[in-house]
Design a protein around this ligand. Structure first.
Ligand code: MV4
Length: 495
């Protein structure tokens, strides 16, 4: 087993990993930026090292510094958490070459799944159903038109090197094709340095259902059931649950089998998630694979009784999975509510400031993963997630009652949070009945607390920068850092 693990992350997920290390008697090494000098993850690790200024590009995304530090301190493994380097094949390759173990999949699995068209080809070959459309990039606007006509409108253009909804373009009719094609290519180039785009049939009002899988380095695979992640706003998940109230035993059997086939197809090991869209008829289509531990993994832990981070460490060390499929059974129901520092009444603009009050809920069935404590500063440098509140109950109703009760117990002052919106969702009749799809927030919370849909990301980001300027009287160079860091900020928000 490893003796020392370097955690290349911050916030709640760094703490989560440190906790697993402690339980396994493995030394933990934290890295921290200027803004995180006094953050909990910096304090709780056995060792902590300063790695640079607050912008992620100068600290948490400094590949050479992090790998050199891991060698220097004698770490035998690196855990990337989520975001940052977790799905960066070039980083993983460097770690592999350095002789340090990456706690996650191989660089080649990550590379394969990073190309959305290559992933679609691989799935098709392995009998995992994909959304109808192309499995290679479209070579010209003329070719694209022929294909879109054949599929039938509406269609979606997606970036081959993309993911997470960035750079997606909906085309409702033939006469929009040419201009949308050109703008999709421009955006793909801008966001992913690759202008390849492909076409998919647009699935209307689906649910987003994902399957947790796990593989070891000996070719053993299990699934740990599904998560329902349809409650999101602009690709930022808000509430997740496990299991999905929409998935019956027969559908679960099918979708989990497809997920295991997907993992096997790319020789996957460690924790991974296969995302699907599911339509009203419970037909499902592979969307993409997330080659990392996900933010919402606690709901899976709550219903399975497993510790996914300890299992990640176990299989990374070369051990066999510590359980097999027959050992797993769904126990009860779980919800996760993400507490964000943002203002639902003001276009969801990120809110910054000092946590003057930070009282977290507890009691039966409640778990809180937070990377902050009272006095912590919430800045614009990193993603706006303050805490994850997870509730467990013997059934969906009990879990939901506990979630609501715990949301009432939360006391946060100093920054604005989305807790009021979370409570509204919990009290929404359709949500309570499990009647929702990926458009739930847009439909039920239009106007009022819902931010304008016409606001482009650029305008939203500009507004954030101006707001922070006015509040903090930042120097020109600080503002420059905030702006240049917004690429990363945007990506994290899509986690
Ligand atoms: C789609 C879709 C409908 N049809 N693909 C958004 C994120 C990215 N992973 C894929 N996304 C979608 N792809 C087809 N062919 C609708 C979405 C989508 C979505 C998917 C999951 C969760 C929330 C979503 C919100 C808007 C759009």
């Amino acid at each position: 087993m490893f003796k020392k693990i370097l955690i290349a992350n911050r916030g709640e997920i760094a703490l989560r990993i440190i906790r697993a290390c402690k339980e396994m008697s493995i030394k933990s090494v934290a890295v921290y930026s200027e803004a995180d000098k006094t953050s909990p993850h910096t304090k709780y690790a056995d060792e902590a090292y300063y790695i640079g200024e607050s912008p992620s590009s100068e600290s948490y995304l400094n590949q050479n510094k992090i790998i050199a530090l891991a060698k220097q301190v004698g770490a035998d493994a690196i855990h990337p958490g989520y975001g940052f380097f977790s799905e960066n094949a070039a980083f993983i390759k460097e770690v592999e070459l350095s002789g340090i173990t990456f706690i996650g999949p191989s660089s080649s699995s990550v590379m394969m799944m990073g190309s959305k068209t290559a992933a679609r080809q691989l799935m098709q070959k392995n009998n995992v159903s994909i959304v109808p459309g192309t499995t290679s990039p479209v070579s010209s606007v003329e070719e694209g038109l022929v294909i879109a006509d054949k599929i039938g409108y509406p269609v979606l253009l997606k970036a081959a090197a993309g993911g997470g909804g960035k750079g997606m373009k909906l085309i409702s009719s033939r006469n929009e094709f040419v201009s949308s094609f050109e703008s999709a290519k421009r955006e793909a180039l801008k966001f992913f340095a690759d202008d390849s785009v492909y076409i998919e049939k647009y699935i209307e009002d689906p649910r987003h259902i994902e399957v947790q899988i796990f593989g070891d380095k000996h070719g053993n695979y299990v699934h740990i059931f599904e998560r329902e992640c349809s409650i999101q706003r602009r690709h930022q998940k808000i509430i997740e649950e496990a299991p999905s109230s929409f998935v019956n035993d027969k559908t679960r059997e099918k979708i989990t089998r497809a997920a295991i086939n997907a993992a096997k197809a790319c020789g996957y090991y460690n924790a991974g998630t296969i995302e699907f869209l599911m339509d009203r008829n419970s037909d499902f289509y592979f969307l993409e694979m997330n080659t990392r531990l996900q933010v919402e993994h606690p709901v899976t832990e709550m219903i399975s009784g497993l510790d996914l981070v300890k299992e990640q460490i176990n299989v990374a060390a070369g051990n066999k999975l510590s359980f097999n499929q027959d050992d797993l059974k769904i126990n009860g129901h779980s919800f996760e509510a993400r507490i964000y520092a943002e203002d639902p009444e003001n276009s969801f603009l990120p809110s910054t400031g000092k946590l003057l009050e930070f009282q977290i809920p507890s009691g039966p069935g409640i778990r809180v993963d937070a990377g902050f404590s009272r006095g912590s500063l919430i800045s614009l440098y990193y993603d706006p997630l303050i805490a994850k509140l997870t509730a467990w109950g013997k059934n969906r109703d009990e879990a939901l009652e506990r979630l609501k009760r715990a949301l009432d117990e939360f006391q946060i002052a100093g920054v604005t949070t989305n807790i009021s919106l979370l409570k509204e969702i919990c009290n929404n009749e359709n949500f309570r009945k499990g009647k929702f799809d990926i458009n739930f927030i847009g439909k039920e919370f239009a106007g009022g607390s819902q931010g304008s849909n016409t606001t482009s990301d650029e305008i939203e980001i500009a507004a954030v920068i101006i707001t922070s300027l006015l509040k903090s009287r930042s120097t020109a160079s600080e503002v420059k850092n905030i702006i240049s860091d917004n690429n990363n900020w945007g990506r994290l928000r899509y986690e």
